[in-house]
Design a binder for this molecule. Structure first.
Ligand code: OFO
Length: 204
């Protein structure tokens, strides 16, 4: 009698363990499915990874070109730093996509413009590029809302704020260069001013 009771008890215990395990797996699966990126969201984020990587290349090319121009060391440092920041933006996206159960695909990049007629032209291109990136971020935010992906929507707010800052900075630079025109001493002052921007950014 005791033996039969023991057998039933063991079977019952075994079933209870199995039940708990299945419930755990179901809960894990459910939370994975809920937090996973939709195909559309993942594709859009991968496209943004490419844009941030391309931005890094564009500013790296500007830095290299500026480096062989005389007397604008702080402009050179500004472009190199900006290129590094864009790479950081790309990495942040890569980690986010992978952490959300997606797959961040590292893209092939195009060769950026290598030379510019003047510093002013380079900064005009920088502003245009930042405006293009802002548009792209706005489209991503739209997609996140369409997909009801509030985690991605929340994550993207950092990029929205970043673009506001970067566009404002690029506009200020362009305004200053517009005032300077062909004045060489003005360019000297511009190079000094951009150093102040770097110091402020580092302190922020
Ligand atoms: Fe990625 O911050 Fe501007 O472009």
């Amino acid at each position: 009698m005791n033996c039969i009771f023991l057998r039933y008890f063991t079977i019952l215990e075994f079933l209870q363990i199995k039940f708990r395990q299945s419930a755990f797996y179901l809960r894990t699966l459910k939370s994975k499915l809920i937090s996973m990126l939709s195909k559309k969201m993942q594709a859009a984020l991968n496209e943004q990874i490419k844009i941030e990587g391309q931005s890094s290349q564009v500013y790296l090319a500007m830095a290299s070109w500026a480096e062989i121009q005389p007397g604008i060391d702080n402009v050179v440092a500004f472009f190199y730093r900006h290129s590094d920041e864009e790479r950081m933006h790309m990495l942040k996206l890569i980690h986010f996509v992978n952490d959300r159960g997606g797959f961040a695909m590292i893209p092939a990049l195009e060769q950026p413009t290598l030379t510019y007629p003047s510093i002013k032209h380079a900064f005009e291109e920088l502003l245009k590029h930042e405006q293009f990136v802002s548009e792209s971020i706005n489209k991503l935010v739209d997609i996140a809302l369409q997909e009801k992906d509030y985690a991605t929507h929340n994550f993207l707010q950092w990029y929205v704020a970043e673009q506001i800052e970067e566009e404002a900075l690029a506009r200020t630079m362009n305004d200053k260069l517009e005032l300077i025109g062909d004045d060489k001493s003005g360019l000297y002052m511009f190079d000094r001013d951009i150093l102040m921007v770097s110091v402020q950014e580092e302190g922020a």
